[in-house]
Design a protein around this ligand. Structure first.
Ligand SMILES: Nc1ncnc2c1ncn2[C@@H]1O[C@H](COP(=O)(O)OP(=O)(O)O)[C@@H](O)[C@H]1O
Ligand SMILES: [Mg+2]
Length: 325
């Protein structure tokens, strides 16, 4: 099956104006401007198939939003190839735009001064959704997201959570095939976060919509995404099932042992996964919760010269990524 989204070696460089400190710097920059290149996205490739629900994760400034903007046609890539639904997004063909939707947690896309239902109506017109279909979609989404009581209030009067739910409805009026969600749960309380997560998951299952979701809440991606794409400093760090990510980076520690007297590999096998063994040194991977008991056992039962307990190398990155801010 052809991928619905295919990205090959894309980069996005921003030119950022740099000014030296102080008055002197200001004067100098009037004469000659210095620019620095920020590599926001640095040679990333991946492909998505219809119906996938992918979590796009990485610390602040990793390049997530920039990538989504390129995928949805808001930004031109500096280099590389992007194909979404058979289109080059930056050409912004209306047939393309009618099949995708982009929701940003930090950015309000609804009309602030009018009730949400009127924004929905506007989207119906813009995206040429037939009346009957529109009714069905709105009724269903409003029901699912429990929004009936807020539809006729000015958007500015809604809570952040209610507004976010309305943003989702507005984005789904025309049943897009691809949904880009940029930090949809940012700043929401846990109950609403959960509700929105469940909704996204349900929507993906029921309509077969392809969803890319960025978040820095671990819970978001852990609960709903089958696949994780992780970026840092614009580079792709990981692409695969979340189980593999956790297994690889977060669930284990490694014990590095140096023995004083002879030990066989088979003596160690029940303690954990032997990653390396060359007497007198062994590297054993142990489930996190068993680390101390295995360490104690090693010290008791063997003649140990040295023992080190190491975190997985990417642990720190992961922790930073998933900090509940
Ligand atoms: N319009 C812009 N001009 C210059 N630099 C930008 C612009 N937008 C983003 N950046 C920079 O590009 C990098 C990636 O930003 P972004 O894609 O917003 O990351 P994320 O969404 O992962 O937090 C950051 O270093 C950011 O400061
Ligand atoms: Mg962002």
């Amino acid at each position: 099956m052809e991928p619905i989204i295919s990205v090959q070696n894309i980069t996005k460089h921003y030119q950022v104006h740099q000014k030296e400190e102080g008055l002197r710097g200001s004067l100098k920059s009037l004469v000659k401007r210095n620019y620095k290149t920020v590599k926001a996205v640095d040679d990333i490739s991946f492909a998505l198939h219809v119906g996938e629900l992918v979590g796009f994760i990485g610390p602040n400034g990793a390049g997530k939003t920039t990538t989504l903007k390129m995928l949805s046609g808001l930004l031109y890539p500096t280099s590389g190839e992007i194909n979404v639904l058979g289109y080059r997004p930056y050409e912004k063909k209306s047939d393309f735009l009618k099949q995708i939707s982009f929701v940003m947690g930090q950015k309000n896309q609804l009309w602030w001064d009018i009730p949400a239902i009127e924004s929905f109506n506007l989207n119906k017109e813009i995206y040429e959704v037939p009346e009957k279909r529109y009714r069905e979609v709105v009724d269903e989404l409003v029901e699912l997201l429990d929004l009936k009581h807020v539809l006729h209030q000015q958007v500015r009067r809604l809570s952040l959570g209610e507004r976010m739910k309305c943003e989702l409805v507005a984005a789904l009026i025309y049943t897009p095939k691809i949904l880009f969600l940029d930090e949809p749960t940012l700043g929401l309380d846990v109950v609403v976060q959960k509700k929105i997560r469940e909704f996204i998951k349900m929507y993906n299952k029921k309509y077969g919509a392809t969803v890319i979701l960025t978040s820095h809440y671990m819970d978001d991606v852990e609960e709903i995404c089958d696949r994780i794409i992780m970026i840092d400093h614009g580079k792709l760090m990981f692409d695969g099932p979340i189980s593999k990510l956790i297994q690889t980076y977060a669930n284990h520690k490694t014990l590095v042992v140096v023995f004083k007297s002879l030990v066989e590999r088979s003596d160690l096998e029940r303690l954990g996964e032997i990653k390396e063994f060359e007497y007198p040194r062994a590297v054993i991977r142990v489930p996190r919760e068993k680390t101390s008991s295995v360490a104690a056992e090693l010290l008791q039962k063997f003649d140990v010269d040295d023992l080190n307990i190491n975190e997985p190398e990417l642990e720190d990155i992961i922790r930073m990524l998933f900090t509940k801010s």
